[in-house]
Design a protein around this ligand. Structure first.
Ligand SMILES: *Cc1c(COP(=O)(O)O)cnc(C)c1O
Length: 363
């Protein structure tokens, strides 16, 4: 079975070398030496000084909302993974969904201002598939209305936009280093900020909000990560350029073999170095999507409805919003297999299966 993704694994002996170090030091977690080293290497890699390695890509979103004292309404995108809106509810705020741009699938910045009310405090937007949001327009709106901007950059590791890491945009940006992501530490997350004065609270909030046994500052949470996870990050980080290179190649194989007459894919931003995080295609209809799922299953290939459903349609959302573009794209989009080691002949086989299903369905 070929799945939509396959986690990158480093050389086992290299990882075991780190495990031996952990055994010798008996320092398993709590800001250990490997974590500190990984944070230093990540700061060098991204060019972001104010960056912290945490336990996952969800807890960092919660920490972001807390660090910026966000209450009330948060404008967000319906086209993301459920973690993005879940954290808003988890922090007792109200998600206000603004529809997406039909070309990029990112939040439609032109619709944001109409959704602002006296209760609005922040914009939480996702760089969907690692493709940058309209960060300039969003920043201008936030300035005008005194709002904070948080980016869910879960897909954005390794992307640069206008010469800077994508994770350097917004008041706070987060990233996921989950095993399914382009660069991973099994489980892991990053939080970074453009405000050095937030460093203290970010560090405290991820570690229960206290320092030592005497100083208690906030009702923090446990968002720390372990030495075992840091070790995986240290092993994988040097491979990121080669991971991105391989993925770019897979991209071009799909680009060249899929029949684009009845397919669509997101429009990527200019002035960007992309990480080729996902290969989504929008099929002609949800009915064709079901046929493609079945057809690929029959040749031993998995795909993933990503993202589906449109988050504004989830039953537990406190308010109902209609987001026709997001609902339409979510009903028809599927992410195709993309990982290091995926062979060209398999991409050709997947592509011709999809082309054939669409041709039969359209006739
Ligand atoms: C993966 C993902 C998350 C959650 O990250 P975890 O590390 O799994 O907690 C959040 N937002 C988006 C857009 C994601 O893709």
């Amino acid at each position: 079975m070929i799945n939509v993704t396959k986690s990158f694994l480093p050389d086992k002996e290299e990882y075991i070398g780190y495990i031996n170090q952990i055994w010798d030091s008996v320092h398993l977690t709590n800001n250990g030496p490997l974590l500190q080293r990984l944070e230093e290497e990540l700061r060098r890699f991204t060019g972001i000084d104010n960056l912290y390695f945490c336990s996952n890509g969800t807890v960092v979103l919660e920490i972001a909302l807390k660090a910026l004292n966000i209450t009330g309404e948060v404008i967000t995108t319906p086209f993301s993974y459920c973690a993005t809106s879940n954290v808003i509810i988890w922090n007792n705020c109200v998600p206000v969904f603004v529809d997406i741009d039909p070309d990029t699938f990112n939040i439609n910045a032109d619709l944001i201002e109409a959704a602002i009310t006296p209760e609005t405090r922040a914009i939480l937007a996702t760089h969907v598939y690692g493709n940058p949001c309209d960060v300039e327009k969003i920043e201008a709106i936030a300035r005008r209305h005194n709002l904070k901007v948080i980016y869910d950059g879960a897909h954005g590791f390794g992307v640069t936009y206008k010469g800077r890491s994508l994770l350097s945009y917004g008041d706070i940006s987060t990233c996921s280093l989950h095993a399914t992501k382009i660069f991973h530490s099994v489980e892991g997350g990053l939080i970074s900020t453009s405000h050095p004065e937030l460093n203290h609270s970010l560090q405290l909030l991820r570690a229960f909000g206290h320092k030592g046994d005497e100083e208690y500052f906030y009702a923090g949470i446990n968002g720390k990560n372990s030495e075992f996870h840091a070790a995986m990050g240290l092993c994988n980080l040097p491979h990121v350029p080669e991971i991105i290179r391989y993925r770019r190649q897979v991209f071009s194989w799909y680009d060249n073999n899929l029949d684009w007459e009845h397919l669509k894919k997101p429009l990527l931003a200019g002035q960007m170095e992309y990480n080729y995080a996902y290969y989504p295609v929008v099929l002609p209809s949800e009915d064709v999507l079901h046929q493609v799922q079945q057809g690929l299953q029959a040749i031993g290939v998995g795909c993933r409805r990503y993202f589906h459903p449109s988050l504004n349609t989830l039953s537990f959302m406190p308010r109902h919003y209609s987001c026709p573009v997001s609902e339409n794209i979510a009903s028809r989009v599927v992410a195709l297999p993309l990982f290091v080691g995926l062979e060209e002949q398999v991409v050709v086989r997947i592509s011709s299966a999809i082309n054939g299903i669409i041709r039969a369905a359209i006739l």
